[in-house]
Ligand binder design. Sequence first.
Ligand code: ATP
Ligand code: MG
Length: 429
Amino acid sequence: MNSIAEILTGNLLNQPVKIHGWVYRTRSSGKITFIVLRDSTGIIQCTAKQDELNGEIYDKLKNLTIESSLELTGIVYKDERSSSGYEIKVTDAKIYQRNDSFPITKDKSEEFLLDIRHLWVRSQEFTAMLKIRSNIFHAFSDFFYNEGFYEVQGPMMVSTATEGGSTLFKVPFFDQEAFLTQSSQFYLETMIFSLEKVFTIAPSFRAEKSRTRRHLTEYWHAEGEVAWIGNEEMMSIEERMIDYIVQRCLDENQKEFAILKRDTAPLKLVKSPFPRMKYKDLIKNAQDWGMNLKYMDDLGADEEREITKHFDKPLFVTHYPIELKAFYHRPDPDNPSEILCHDLLAPEGCGEIIGGGERIWELPVLQERMKAMNLDPSAYSWYVDLRKYGSVPHSGFGLGMDRLVWWICGLESIRDAIPFPRTMRRITP
Ligand code: ATP
Ligand code: MG
């Protein structure tokens, strides 16, 4: 069996080939039928002539419909008129399934395409996104393996919140109540005591009630946790990681970017190091830019979109006021009203793709923060334990992989960056 990509290299010119695929387009003018066939590697025109084929086979080919599945045998020729430069002259065919009609033809409304996502995944655009997404996941893992990290896995069913109770999904768990995890961070923190540098890519679940272009209720969360390093060093690892992933896509996905009509010029500017700005300085700047933001305001999607317009590269926003973030962030010892944390805002209006920072590692500081935030220490007893037995300074991050795909591919919504999006209003297909 040959792949279409292999044929398009030209190495099989004038040779017999056999391909599997689906009908992308078809057109017949009586004695001659043109079938544009697609497989996972590309598309190619195949020409079937009535007087060169067995009559029964020719009739079947003539009547094929979009997305029918088949096997074609033929000879590769040069064809100056076709965009790929090659075509196959068909000598034999085996049809696996002829469709009556394929539902995706005219209606391209967002809701309809989501309803038939199980079929829409085959479109050229979606296939291009899936290939870039696959490469992003691959590059992410490669980066951390190359840096000497270990890949680990935490549980998806948990008993405590990481990011606050309002977005927890409850699940019955025998005679108890459990939750779907919002983040694997706490479990990664346990594993630095054996492995020092760890990462995971796993789903996180958040019952996000808002319908935004950047929230899913189930998303792929890439997280890392590193012993002995602080906020600054954590940010330098992350900026090299983002630089590496973007570069890999630019090197390996030009064809897919072209299908998505993604202008890659902005991606070429994404070179580390990235600018860093304290939250309080960002607020001052935002006011100078005419934005209606004041100290202690949280940055939402709209604010972040506005802010990123002022930067070509991703921007680290650091030192948030302690009240704005979760209890585990380490207060700056020189100024405890601020925490040693960072969000990374992706350019081109995307906004936050990473949240990270230094974790509290001293027991009394953690106890004090939990008390200030009214958290029940018994619910977090094992997490608190980590601060009792050989505790060490450490930092970590969480990256939304679907947000990264959304930004790199230049898509309209995060729902276009994942094959089967889960949102407040959608759990099928
Ligand atoms: P936001 O303010 O956008 O809701 P967050 O502050 O809740 O984000 P974190 O809790 O820091 O996000 O999670 C780490 C990363 O996970 C985020 O930077 C983002 O990339 C991703 N993320 C968080 N919530 C979602 C979601 N609902 N859908 C997709 N990705 C998400
Ligand atoms: Mg959130």
